[in-house]
Ligand binder design. Sequence first.
Ligand code: AMP
Ligand code: MG
Length: 541
Amino acid sequence: MNSLLPPLHNIFVSQLPADPNTVNNSRSIEHAAYSLVAPTPTKTSTIICCNNELASQLGFTEAALTSLAFAELITGNNIQPEIQSYAMNYGGHQFGQWAGQLGDGRAINLGQYLLNDKYVTLQLKGAGQTPYSRHADGMAVLRSSIREYLCSEAMYHLGIPTTRALTLSLTGEEVIRDKLYDGQAAYEPCAIVARVSPSFLRFGSIQLPSSRGDISLLKQTVEYSIRNDFPELIENAEHIDKSVYLNWFNRICERTAYLIVEWMRVGFVHGVLNTDNMSLIGETIDYGPYGWIDNFDLNWTPNTSDAAEKRYRFGQQAYIGQWNLFQLANAIYPLIDEAKPLQDILNNYNQVYQQQWLTMMRSKLGISNATECKEQHSHLTETDLSLCQDLEKILSLVSTDMTLFYRSLAKLDGEVDVTNYATLNSHFSECFYDKNTVDSIYLSKLSEWLLRYQQRLTLSDMTKSYRVQLMNATNPCYILRNFQVQEAIELAESGDFSRVLLLAELLKKPYQQQTKYQQFEIKRPDWATNKFGCSALSCSS
Ligand code: AMP
Ligand code: MG
């Protein structure tokens, strides 16, 4: 044991059935939740980013963080005998089709740390082949690892549930990738993101045993999730029965609805909402070809593999969440044996989503905070709903930067004359991508909407300064803009990691305007409109 590093516990492997075969070759694995497998040793262990706050919460001292033992741990080269590293077995629906067994093809879990009296798992993404790698190499390239590190931390600091990133490291290896899917494959540097979550179980972890009729593993996995991640559901229960399973499913539906509302708040598009990328605890997981909304567009998808169907487009995420939950309901049906209670919970998802969405939009507009929403007279629900929905229509009329628009709205004085088009045009001018499209017809619609908005503000008890505070705590000043992460990647690929570190720092305070980072408070520049990485991405990673 390395006494400098906090101890890892083997909670997952000790509570769920293992694959008895420990040979590391690709195969179908039944009756097992995981396979024991060691990370592939790497040439180097060069840490680029280390999340010191998270590391310290996990029990790493400063001395530990600068030690070789730590660098080797998070690149999979320091696997002490007490560590039982493993890859998880799961399946999933990919783009609407059942894909069968998938599993951790390049992620290897080292075990659990205690974080505030709860266990969290440390997982290395890009740590080499596992029995679930199929024909792939088990590696992750630098560009996709930078995207995961920065985006998961940006998400965390925005206050949105997510897996977290502990470190980003270079392994000294290279692999071939065809990143544009255009036949121009090239070598790229490999990296490992060490990520942390209370649970890496996915909807697909429940679906796989169910699809195989393996009721025993299905039940064990569901009960593991309940015991470890939803212990409040069994506090007063004698044993885990059908009602607990239903409460568990209901919680997952609620968390999923809440998560997607949060994505809509900041303009995040996950890009690959397959059921193997849906966390059972409602965290954002598996950062692939995700994107952030620059110009508000409900039809936008960042994923080139989804360009035709746009299944995972911005405005369809709530529906896809429910579609995925429907698959999860099917998977647990053998434990419930009745369709009606599952159907009722699925229907309730819509209501929960709508309510949460309205509460979120009211905060974005500064018309009422969450507490007021609960007390608000129901006659305002209809008024507010149409106010919010109509704003989405206005934002789509001309190409409008979503992030800049909401921050500008907070700056608009409640008493300003919004019937004056020149005033409007100059107040919002930075938000428009093409100023030529901002004509009098558009301005009349914006003006009409703002009049209704001002009217609505008069019905609220909030002071002006409280409203602005609420809006600025709901509408980020900085998001991880697609072109900004791409610029950081290009610099990193030439050996300069300063921009990656700078973005990591800047995004720790996304709601607070930071004078020294003013140059990042801008909309997408023209050169980035159709550039790969800035406008769209492939799944190549
Ligand atoms: P993703 O699209 O990253 O969520 O991955 C879907 C499935 O493909 C998961 O089972 C991954 O583990 C697997 N996978 C993706 N990339 C690789 C890779 N380079 N090597 C092995 N498996 C991979
Ligand atoms: Mg995945």
